[in-house]
Write a protein that binds this ligand. Structure first.
Ligand code: NDP
Length: 453
């Protein structure tokens, strides 16, 4: 990319046109790259050492993409075929690291954007981890435990060649919790005859870390607490809308309740529930049993707690609240949703999910100058504790719940401080810009040091 006498906007347009040509039809990947490049291009124009080395082109091309067929046998004896993927995006600062997603709609576009985001998120944690993502279009909904196990075994039978504790360490994501990670780990052990810590998010019985399950949701709330504290405020007494009812949403809610905030909503892909009295700890325990044990639907909440309402086919963003925690999936908040949230007096958005706000929604937050923690910072707690799980496995030692939680809080506070350092614009903190630049610098410096490889 030549900068010549071009303006920042012209350089960005030229870069994005080339990027779109190289990645046709991959709208999520293009969106994630544009969000980062919009902050990095002006930064590179002021810093020639990055500009000259074509870092943006190099950083937006994954190191390697592996795709494979996954055959498995269902409970009726039928042979089923799915597609498996691993996108190894960048390993300049450490082994590839990033989750596996099992969802019927998974396509390469999603995994490329997620692996790209993961590279900068992992950099922000300060831990030595590169970026990757993987998964399959396998639909875990309605499958028996044995079907899930057979699928995980078939998936690992291909993947095991490409991963290793110093090469690539996958973890969970949508549709992949500690049950699936442990089945995957079991198959890796069977194939290699080694109990090498090659996955994180494992069950505690096989080397998982305390707080890993809670870490993404807790981390998003710690980030929000840091942002509020910077303004002399706190979570206590605030109302919050949360989307999703999986791992991230449930533990974000748990920490919000613990910090004295009132959680009003949760959702799944079929609709959302609104409990004007607030979802308290007791109700949340019921939800955990519903979602993690019975694998039920969030609509069942209103049968149990009749004061609540269920909105079929809708998302929770129209409910008035001080804080918003999108914790379900990508592009779940559009411009109209964001405008409605601002009109309702929302002061802070912390993204538990990956890329839940589209670019127009982010512009609405920034124009309204509310506090906005982008996913790569707000949900970095999960991978941070994955990094701590790797450290504990290497030491063959376990830290207590308190020790892991304290380290998680420190990491989230450090990320907050780095975003403030690079994102302060007068009296406004542009956390998105801060996260993009701080995440970029560490990876870019490592790439410069390693040479053109
Ligand atoms: P789970 O599978 O545990 O839960 C996902 C939740 O999101 C479910 O309630 C699901 O509803 C809902 N959901 C999924 N797809 C859609 C959709 N298309 N529209 C509306 N709702 C949807 O996943 P996690 O909680 O682990 O992950 C949630 C988000 O957080 C993802 O973006 C993930 O990448 C991100 N993340 C997760 C981390 C982790 O540690 N787990 C780490 C960092 C980010 P339903 O059951 O109906 O599908």
């Amino acid at each position: 990319m030549e900068f010549g006498n071009l303006s920042t906007d012209q350089v960005l347009d030229q870069f994005m046109q080339g990027f779109a040509r190289r990645n046709p039809g991959e709208e999520n990947f293009q969106q994630a790259v544009h969000e980062l490049a919009a902050d990095i291009v002006p930064f590179m124009m002021q810093h020639p050492k990055y500009r000259k080395m074509h870092l943006l082109e190099r950083l937006t091309e994954p190191d390697r993409i592996i795709t494979f067929r996954v055959n498995w046998v269902d409970d009726h004896g039928c042979i089923r075929t799915n597609r498996g993927y691993r996108v190894q995006h960048n390993n300049s600062i450490g082994p590839y690291k990033g989750g596996l997603r099992f969802h019927k709609d998974v396509k390469l576009d999603d995994l490329k954007f997620l692996a790209f985001e993961q590279t900068f998120k992992n950099s922000l944690t300060g831990l030595p981890m590169g970026g990757a993502k993987g998964g399959s279009d396998f639909n875990p909904k309605g499958k028996s435990d044995l079907e899930i196990m057979r699928f995980c075994q078939a998936f690992m039978t291909h993947l095991y060649r490409y991963i290793g504790p110093h090469t690539d360490v996958p973890a969970g994501d949508i549709g992949v919790g500690s049950r699936e990670v442990s089945f995957l780990y079991g198959q890796f052990k069977r194939m290699t005859n080694e109990l090498t810590p090659v996955l994180t998010g494992k069950d505690l019985a096989v080397g998982g870390s305390l707080i890993r399950m809670e870490a993404t949701g807790y981390g998003a709330v710690y980030m929000a607490a840091n942002m509020l504290e910077a303004k002399g405020e706190s979570l206590a007494g605030k109302t919050a809308i949360v989307s999703g009812s999986g791992n991230v949403a449930v533990y974000a809610s748990e920490k919000l309740i613990e910090k004295g905030a009132k959680v009003l909503t949760l959702s799944d892909s079929a609709g959302f529930i609104f409990d004007k009295d607030g979802i308290d700890s007791e109700k949340l325990e019921w939800i955990k049993e519903l979602k993690f044990e019975r694998r039920g639907r969030i609509s069942e909440y209103v049968d149990q707690f009749p004061n609540a309402e269920y909105f079929e086919g809708e998302r929770p963003w129209k409910i008035q609240a001080d804080l918003a925690f999108p914790c379900a999936t990508q592009n779940e908040i559009d411009e109209a949703d964001a405008k409605q949230m601002i009109a309702n007096g929302c002061q802070l958005v912390a993204e538990g999910a990956n890329m839940p706000s589209n670019e127009a929604a982010i512009r609405v937050y920034q124009d309204a100058r509310i506090m906005f923690a982008p996913a790569k910072a707000a949900n970095a707690g999960g991978v941070a504790v994955s990094g701590l799980e790797m450290a504990q496995n290497s030491m063959r030692y376990h830290w207590s719940r308190e020790e892991v939680d304290t380290k998680l809080q420190t990491i989230m506070a450090d990320i907050h401080n780095r975003m403030v350092e690079y994102g302060t614009e007068g009296d406004y903190i542009n956390y998105q810009k801060g996260a993009n630049i701080a995440g970029f610098i560490k990876v870019a410096d490592a790439m410069l040091a390693l040479g053109v490889i």
